[in-house]
Design a protein around this ligand. Structure first.
Ligand code: ATP
Ligand code: CA
Ligand code: CA
Length: 406
């Protein structure tokens, strides 16, 4: 059976009201945004919609259990983005709001962000810092252009950017707090287990997850996210044939160039590996060759003018097999894998967040090994690390490699 991740956020949970308000806001705001799609104009990138909810409700908002304010940023742009990513509008709302249940992942990162999975595990809500929010808004047009020009981009798919403002009591005082959050794709599939997960930055500074290898072997529920030094230690590689390798690296390069241009750093390549057991591949799959993942494959009659969905774009190259990409097409090959891969956590602006860190870390450490370095250098180091990890010649282990310091 599937490993269920996170704690269910239901009534009584400390963050239940926050989650409830987030979902109520999304439900009302997104379902409003459903008229004909017009070509985006520059105003769409500046337009935000505000909604106020309370117990009584009004002509704009239905009655809500709790009083809060909701802000929907650039709704038309995100609607268009969802279309480009092949998300069906009705499915989107159903996944997120048909039942008000989310699973909370206790802040997996150090940033203090909260992560919530939609009930069907397809979407992730991540709370973000105000500076990350500002960064996304400022560069939304470039992000949009990039997605449009690169249907196979590996950069995180953003589906919505919102804010809730609500009273939160802290130490007997009530404060109105603004919580920024976004909705994005869960890179990992709802229906398959991920056997190994890596979060790779191309940096070696502190990039080792301590884990118990024996427990890891024994217990399929013990799945810590591994990092760069584990990757080198385990002599892992991304095993793509030449075509996939080329496609992957070309796309990665373009994505990294955009992130560097937008002054972003500290992102990682999230890589989930599902090992295919030979019996998993039945004849049916052999015939179909490429299984279309339900999320990206929904097709509605695009010739029907009343159709609310725009024509669905081609299936993402890196998501075409069970939502991921197979390491090979040889169906009976031993050790065949499905990779789930994307660039995550890509809203950290260098100038705001990292200048200080670079300063104090560089005092004692080799500049190449610290993780806070200027965006262009960060991007180059990131790209080089990944490039070396794809189906290349055996790499010198870090122990023998004087360039890599722990
Ligand atoms: P930090 O800034 O300390 O790295 P963060 O709070 O910004 O942390 P992320 O780096 O975005 O968090 O994500 C932390 C972890 O959550 C990732 O390593 C990954 O395991 C999981 N995760 C994040 N985004 C996704 C996604 N889109 N799909 C699946 N898992 C994800
Ligand atoms: Ca991160
Ligand atoms: Ca982060």
């Amino acid at each position: 059976d599937r490993v269920l991740i996170g704690n269910k956020v239901s009534e009584g949970h400390v963050n239940f009201i926050i989650a409830y308000n987030m979902l109520t806001g999304i439900r009302v705001a997104v379902s409003r945004c459903c008229g004909f799609m017009k070509p985006l104009t520059p105003t769409d990138f500046k337009f935000n919609k505000k909604l106020a909810f309370d117990y009584h409700g009004n002509e704009l908002t239905p009655s809500s259990e709790y009083a809060f304010k909701f802000k929907d940023y650039c709704p038309e742009v995100f609607r268009e983005l969802r279309t480009l990513f092949g998300i069906d509008p009705a499915d989107y709302l159903v996944s997120l709001t048909s039942k008000y249940i989310l699973s909370e992942l206790n802040s997996p990162g150090k940033s203090g962000s909260f992560f919530y999975y939609s009930r069907d595990y397809k979407y992730i809500i991540k709370t973000i810092h105000h500076s990350e929010h500002r960064h996304l808004r400022r560069h939304l047009q470039e992000y949009y252009k990039h997605v449009k020009a690169n249907p196979n981009t590996l950069i995180c798919q953003f589906y919505g950017l919102h804010r809730v403002k609500m009273p939160i009591s802290f130490q007997n005082k009530i404060n109105h707090r603004k919580i920024y959050f976004l909705v994005m794709n869960n890179l990992f599939p709802p229906h398959l287990d991920i056997n190994t997960t890596f979060d790779l930055k191309g940096s070696t500074w502190g990039r080792m997850t301590q884990f118990d290898p024996q427990l890891y072997e024994r217990d399929q529920f013990y799945r810590p996210v591994l990092k760069d030094l584990n990757w080198l230690d385990m002599e892992k590689r991304i095993e793509f044939g030449p075509t996939r390798k080329e496609k992957f690296l070309i796309q990665l390069k373009k994505d990294v160039d955009l992130l560097a241009k937008l002054n972003i750093m500290d992102y990682s390549l999230l890589l989930g590996i599902h090992d295919i057991k030979p019996k998993e591949i039945n004849d049916n799959q052999k015939e179909q060759q490429q299984l279309v993942f339900p999320e990206t494959g929904s097709i509605e009659d695009s010739t029907n003018p009343n159709s609310k969905t725009a024509p669905i774009t081609a299936v993402h190259y890196f998501k075409q097999f069970e939502g991921g990409i197979r390491s090979s097409d040889q169906f009976d090959k031993d050790g065949d894998k499905i990779y789930y891969v994307g660039i995550i956590d890509c809203l950290t602006n260098y100038s705001i967040m990292k200048k200080l860190e670079t300063f104090w870390r560089s005092l004692n450490h080799d500049r190449k090994t610290v993780s806070a370095i200027p965006p262009r250098d960060y991007g180059d180091r990131f790209y080089t690390f990944i490039q070396k990890s794809v189906d290349a010649l055996p790499q010198t282990k870090y122990k023998d490699n004087p360039e890599i310091k722990r």
